[in-house]
Design a protein around this ligand. Structure first.
Ligand code: IMP
Ligand code: MG
Length: 181
């Protein structure tokens, strides 16, 4: 479990409450429309599982994989789309579920890939919106939490594939980042 190299940012309880609010809002917005929820692997897996279980509308589920980090804590700018979608999304509403928005490059690339399949609409739901390093004009439709900066881990978020399993969200300190390199 986290020791002094982590500082708590969002507790399990805070996350749980906010996820319920957001799921309620999304369910209202799509109450009469079929919706496909697409999670961005791996980071969104916990958030998406919690979110769809709090929604009260039927949804289809699929996943897409994007990776721009590798073993580093800064985006390489390259976004690799490794997994193909298996769900037919042409003519349907799509909600992309992301763990965290940083520069905004990953999500913009994903949106254009998904829109190219002839969707009816594409919206984005992010667990965390991190403002400081944004390089695009992108704004998500649904956001659980906004933070200014910091490298966050837990609740699906990783640093070099570590810490995804933690049930709450923590900020890594610089010393932790150095040691792990
Ligand atoms: P962007 O293309 O710079 O917006 O990068 C977004 C992706 O980078 C996210 O989907 C995460 O996988 C990863 N990422 C960005 N910031 C963090 C962070 O603070 N912790 C963990 N992963 C992050
Ligand atoms: Mg990641």
């Amino acid at each position: 479990m986290p020791v002094s190299e982590f500082s708590p940012v969002l507790s399990e309880e805070e996350i749980r409450k906010r996820v319920v609010d957001l799921a309620t809002q999304i369910s209202l917005d799509y109450r009469d429309e079929p919706l496909v929820v697409i999670g961005v692997l791996k980071g969104a897996f916990i958030f998406m599982a919690d979110l769809v279980r709090q929604m009260n509308i039927p949804v289809e589920i699929d996943f897409i994989r994007a990776s721009s980090y590798g073993q580093s804590d800064t985006s390489s700018g390259e976004v690799l789309l490794a997994d193909e979608l298996h769900t037919e999304i042409a003519g349907k509403h799509v909600l992309i579920v992301e763990d965290i928005l940083d520069t905004g490059r990953t999500i913009e690339r994903l949106i254009s890939c998904i829109e190219a399949r002839g969707t009816k609409s594409v919206r984005v739901c992010a667990c965390v919106d991190k403002k400081e390093r944004r390089e695009t004009n992108f704004n998500a439709d649904y956001i659980c939490f906004s933070v200014e900066k910091g490298f966050l881990v837990g609740y699906g978020l990783d640093y070099a594939e570590k810490y995804r399993y933690l049930p709450a969200i923590y900020a890594l300190t610089n010393s932790t980042i150095e040691e792990s390199k």
